[in-house]
Design a protein. Structure first.
Length: 182
């Protein structure tokens, strides 16, 4: 009986810890998205540090936390920052992006510890994110030409995110927290 209670306690504790980590990551992504530069071209796009935090969240904590944290953090930014019309598109785009990055970074027995896979993960996620925004804008604006103006800004945002996230992940993976086996 004691063993069953211990297992139940451990499972509840793990779920609670996962929830807290995911909420913390979403908050970090939200705050990092506040640090932004509005692009002078495209459909009101931004270059922000939220993309780098999304990449780091997915690489360090896997696909589920990466997807949830990205969707919640950047979705909240849109809703609270005056960009509410973008929120549905952002939630879908960033959930998919976080999931893809985490899934690839955590594939083949890796846990975000292979730099080559991490870079590949971010690069593979970029066209998916851009396609979702393109489709979302096409629907919002009622044409499929106007959204093309946002692609350069989306590319810049993703490349900047990648250039920040990969070195930070390399350093963080060397810390005691990420050295332990879960």
């Amino acid at each position: 009986m004691q063993n069953i209670q211990n297992q139940s306690y451990t499972k509840t504790r793990t779920k609670t810890f996962d929830l807290v980590i995911t909420a913390f990551l979403a908050a970090l992504i939200f705050v990092a998205t506040l640090i932004n530069i509005k692009l002078p071209f495209g459909q009101g796009g931004l270059i922000h540090l939220g993309t780098s935090m999304l990449f780091m969240s997915a690489i360090l904590f896997g696909p589920k936390k990466g997807a949830l944290a990205g969707a919640i953090g950047m979705g909240l930014f849109d809703i609270l920052g005056g960009w509410a019309i973008w929120a549905p598109t952002t939630i879908v785009a960033r959930a998919l992006q976080g999931f893809i990055v985490g899934k690839i970074a955590w594939s083949k027995g890796h846990r975000g510890d292979n730099v080559g896979l991490n870079i590949l993960a971010a690069v593979v996620s970029m066209p998916v994110m851009m396609a979702v925004y393109y489709i979302g804008q096409g629907i919002m604006f009622g044409n499929w030409i106007q959204p093309l103006a946002s692609i350069p800004g989306d590319m810049i945002q993703n490349v900047v995110g990648l250039l920040i996230a990969i070195p930070v992940c390399i350093v963080l993976k060397k810390t005691p927290y990420f050295q332990r086996k879960f």
